[in-house]
Design a binder for this molecule. Structure first.
Ligand code: FAD
Length: 389
């Protein structure tokens, strides 16, 4: 870890405080929620009250006014403790779109309430069933109609919609055949879910491998007032792109937390399980994979830190944010696989919790952006290789 002694001390204090809070929500709590498809309402409320989920909201709006480097420490620690940061991480970063692109009224109306937890902005709706990763081809439309817009279309895999009051939505306001670049003609909106459900928005939960509260959304002439446009009409791509680097770095930090969780668990188990009359960790066939996972995780953590520092310094960090997310997701997945192998059959027993974390961390090789798409970005945008699409 680089940074001044004061900063390191502050980050260490944050980690200790987050770990102390997480101790009140042991792995059994997360196992029960996973089985019941429940939502950690009390945990999210406590995290908000303690100022952790409001880390990135400036103090003038009632937030903690911290940087991404501190926010990363918070999410990493939650994941390392065995909790599921995916239940609440978006409350930390989706508001960034409002902070950077919101009108003065939107900022003063929403940010203080997000900071005190009375308003939940936990959802961010981009992905569509027929276009997937090809985001700029999305088909949901927003058509101007009097004092607002009419939204029509469909979204899929939108997380936490049932546990959020507001949602940032990306829709097309100018048809694809009338724009020069595919990234033009998209617009971002703040949708008030409390008013929208049943009034043109249908929400259907998806039965999924992990407890991420992801839903399908169906829009049928949903009315969104014009004052809920976020940024300028047609500028939606820029509105969401800005937040993507922060999201990728923060997800990278979560993955580092997961990887460290797996390494801690595997190290402990390999140091106590006796087979053939000796500790299994005394076999290099067991200890080397743990050491390999450790080395991979530490390398990925450096990239997460580099990306977060660039972000906090307002420097370009697109390549680093993408690499951080990719390397951390690959490290956590490999560490999870290693921990499963180290635990043998017991890895499959739910009371050991590993299988839940193993499922949860698997998501990050796919969402919010898949490994292939990151490699494609690096190949074409950073290295200048020929375009493939
Ligand atoms: C639990 C969960 C929660 C989610 N939460 C949200 C959310 O809150 N908001 C939101 O907007 N989305 C969310 N998503 C969606 C997620 O971001 C997408 O699933 C992801 O971006 C991949 O899109 P896709 O599923 O349509 O895959 P596809 O685009 O269909 O791609 C399928 C596979 O093909 C690969 N592929 C596609 N095209 C290429 C190419 N040209 N070159 C190489 N490989 C390619 C991809 O990398 C991927 O591995 C969530 C998904 C899940 C599973």
């Amino acid at each position: 870890m680089t940074g001044t002694d004061t900063e390191q001390g502050q980050i260490a204090d944050i980690r200790t405080a987050v770990a102390a809070l997480c101790e009140r929500y042991p792995e059994e709590y997360w196992r029960r929620l996973d089985a019941e498809r429940g939502y950690p309402t009390e945990f999210v409320a406590e995290m908000t009250e303690a100022g952790f989920l409001t880390a990135l909201i400036p103090e003038e709006y009632g937030g903690s006014g911290l940087g991404l480097i501190e926010a990363c420490a918070i999410l990493e620690e939650i994941s390392r403790c065995g909790a599921h940061a995916g239940a609440c991480h978006a409350q930390m970063y989706v508001m960034g779109a409002v902070l950077r692109h919101g009108s003065p009224t939107q900022k003063s109306d929403y940010l203080p309430k997000i900071a005190d937890g009375s308003l939940r902005l936990q959802s961010f709706a981009v992905t569509e069933p027929t276009t997937g990763t090809d985001t700029t081809s999305l088909k949901t439309t927003a058509t101007r109609d009097g004092d607002g817009y009419r939204i029509n279309g469909q979204k899929v895999w939108i997380s936490r919609v049932e546990h959020s009051d507001l949602m940032v939505l990306l829709a097309r306001t100018t048809p694809l055949d009338r724009v020069k670049k595919k990234t033009e003609g998209l617009s971002a909106f703040i949708v008030d879910l409390r008013e929208a459900r049943g009034q043109g928005l249908e929400v259907r939960p998806i039965d999924a491998m992990i407890n991420h509260h992801a839903c399908e959304l169906f829009f049928d002439d949903l009315h969104v007032p014009v004052e809920n446009l976020l940024g300028r009409e047609g500028d939606g791509w820029r509105v969401i792109l800005d937040g993507m680097n922060a999201e990728r770095i923060l997800i990278g930090a979560e993955c580092i937390g997961d990887a460290r969780y797996f390494i801690d668990k595997a190290t402990a188990y390999a140091s106590e399980r006796v087979v053939f009359g000796r500790l299994i960790g005394a076999n290099q066939g067991v200890s080397f994979p743990i050491a390999t996972a450790y080395a991979q995780t530490e390398a990925a953590a450096l990239m997460v830190e580099k990306a977060a520092r660039l972000y906090d310094a307002h420097k370009r960090c697109g390549a680093e944010a993408n690499m951080a997310k990719m390397l951390a997701a690959e490290a956590s997945w490999a560490a999870g696989d290693m921990a499963m192998q180290t635990h043998g059959g017991y890895a499959f027993a739910r009371e050991y919790h590993l299988e839940r974390k193993f499922r949860e961390t698997r998501l990050y090789r796919i969402a919010p952006v898949s490994t292939n798409l990151i490699l494609s970005f690096l190949a074409e945008k950073v290295l200048g290789l020929p375009r493939s699409f």
